[in-house]
Write a protein that binds this ligand. Sequence first.
Ligand SMILES: [Zn+2]
Ligand SMILES: [Zn+2]
Length: 242
Amino acid sequence: MNVMKVAEMSPEQYGKYVEYHVRYREKHREELAKKSNEYYHENAEKCSAQRKQHYIEHIDEMRERGHAWYRKHKEANPNYGKEQYEKYRKPFPEKMKADRKKYVDTHKEKISEEGDIYKNKVRTEILKHYGGVCACCGETNYAFLSIDHVFCDGNTQRRELGLRGGTRFYNWLKKNGFPSGYRVLCHNCNFTIGHYGFCPHMRESKLIGLNDLYHLRAENKAMKGNAVREGRKRAAERRNGS
Ligand SMILES: [Zn+2]
Ligand SMILES: [Zn+2]
C-alpha cells in the first residue's frame, strides 16, 4: 500500500483523507473507545503527566475554559459553587488542608506581600486613631510608634485574649471599636517605661515633678508585679490542667 505523508497531499487528497478517517472512526467507535480506555489504564501515569504538561503549556486558555464552565453553570444554578463545594471539597478535609498548604507554599511571596500591605493599613489606622504621636516625647514617625496599654498590663491582657501581639492585637483593637485605655508611644519610650517604670522625658516635662515620678514608678512596679504573678499562676494552671 502506498502511504503518503500529509504534508505532500493536495487539498483534494487531504479532504478525502480526512473524510476517510471520520468515516472510519464512526464505524469503529466502540472498538476505538475500548482501545483508548485500555491504553489510558495501562499508561495512567504517562497520560496524567501529559495532561498536566498540556495544562501548563496552555494555562491561560485552560483557565478561561474553566471560568467559562463555571459561569455557564452558575447562570443555570445560582447555588452551583456551593453545591460543588459540599460535594467535592467538604467531605475531604485532609485534601483541602493539603491543597491549601500547597497554595501557600507556591505563593509565599504574593501572600506575604499582600499580608504586609494589609498589616500596614491596619497599623496606620490604629495609630492614627490613638493620636499618631508618642504620648511621651512627641515622636510622629509611624515607623517608631506602637500601641501601649495605659495600665501597663498589655502582656497580661494579650495572654488573656490569646493574642500574640502585633497584627492580631491591632485587629482586635479594630474589631472592638478602638477601646479606651490605650495610647501611642514610640518604641524608645515604650521600652524605657516598661523597663524602668518611667521615661527620662517625663523628668524634662514640667507637667510631672520628681515626686510624681517616684509615685508612678512605685505604682507601676506593683502593677507589673501583679501582672507577672498572674501570668505565673496561669502558666501553672495550664501545666496542671494538661
Ligand atoms: Zn517617645
Ligand atoms: Zn519618653
